[in-house]
Design a protein around this ligand. Sequence first.
Ligand SMILES: NC(=O)c1ccc[n+]([C@@H]2O[C@H](COP(=O)([O-])OP(=O)(O)OC[C@H]3O[C@@H](n4cnc5c(N)ncnc54)[C@H](OP(=O)(O)O)[C@@H]3O)[C@@H](O)[C@H]2O)c1
Length: 369
Amino acid sequence: MHLRLASLGFGNVGRALAIMLAEKADDLQRRYDLTFSFTGAFTRSAGGWIAPGGVSPAALAASKWPKGGSAVMPVVGNWPAGELPPPVRGDPREHLAMHTSVFAGGAVEFVRTCPADVVLELTALNPQTGQPAIDHIRAALIAGKHVVTANKGPIAYAYRALRALAQEHGVALRFESTVMDGTPIFGMAQAALPATVITGFRGLLNSTSNYVLSRMAQGESLEAAIAGAQRLGIAEANPSNDLEGWDGAVKATVLANVLMDADLRPADVLRDGLGAEAMRLAREALGPGQTLKQVVEASRDKDGVSARVRLVALGADDLLAHLSGMETALLLHTDTMRDLTIVEGEGGPGQTAFGVVADLVNIVRGMGN
Ligand SMILES: NC(=O)c1ccc[n+]([C@@H]2O[C@H](COP(=O)([O-])OP(=O)(O)OC[C@H]3O[C@@H](n4cnc5c(N)ncnc54)[C@H](OP(=O)(O)O)[C@@H]3O)[C@@H](O)[C@H]2O)c1
């Protein structure tokens, strides 16, 4: 089977995905009879291009698009994986015009217009509303295109509505990379936990907080630890989203809504005693043998599912206390396997791209939603 991909957003994850699809092209073809091309891509500042004949992942990765913010896709054509396209002769713009067209409309129009089997929603997270990614996904599903997203906003704010829309239009909506990069949380729950009720979870889901608290435990000041996380590219210039638990609240919402059939929004998640000053005070109050972590939790009682993010002083007998640096972990409470824990070492765009690849393979295996 051949899947035509249209990518909305093409940043770190989009580039890592093109590279991974190119590197794994032979394997994907041999094991799943699956090949890929990109028929278009669109970003906020560069605009978009459409190539109905498809550009191979290798050619797209080699093109470095959208370096320089250009809407023009510099190499076009459908080359076998791993091969680079021939050099463009004559006027590159004439050559381009034969194969690709610059797309002048907006993102939703791009989603509707681009001839694709799967729309990849890889735009930046809006933690306050999940938009405009919700609109992008809605347009793709209504147009009968499968959707794979790494953007947790739409799943946190509109999972039930988007899932219903996908079912109505007979297409898949998959989002493995929204929590813990490509760690197979949703795939595992779907494929490997039949007849299981997930009754709650606990996790360390925010790499920046984990990194900063680990460094502080080694004697570094809060400021130095935050600066270190920023140098590594895991913390943003303003790390409050991470340290004040908003990232954790969005992830808790995704997990609770998908795995526990809740209908929460990030604002429903209790965020208690978080932030830089709270971290400093909580560290000073730690007892012997205790380790401070930002813990995301959810549980179900007679009133339904509730979730929270808080700083917790963990004892040495707690598995989560032993995670360090950028490691993340999720412990699921189940009625069949009791507690199941999955730990991710250092993640990043490569692992996130893997989650997208897993979603694409699972669509072809018929694992829709
Ligand atoms: N990086 C990771 O390891 C990781 C892990 C898990 C999940 N994710 C999620 O994956 C998604 C992509 O991450 P990333 O690291 O690739 O981000 P990134 O490098 O910042 O790239 C984001 C891309 O989205 C585009 N974009 C933003 N808003 C847009 C809009 N309204 N319309 C069209 N394009 C838009 C940007 O275009 P311009 O540059 O032109 O603005 C850029 O191409 C995010 O939602 C992120 O939270 C990332």
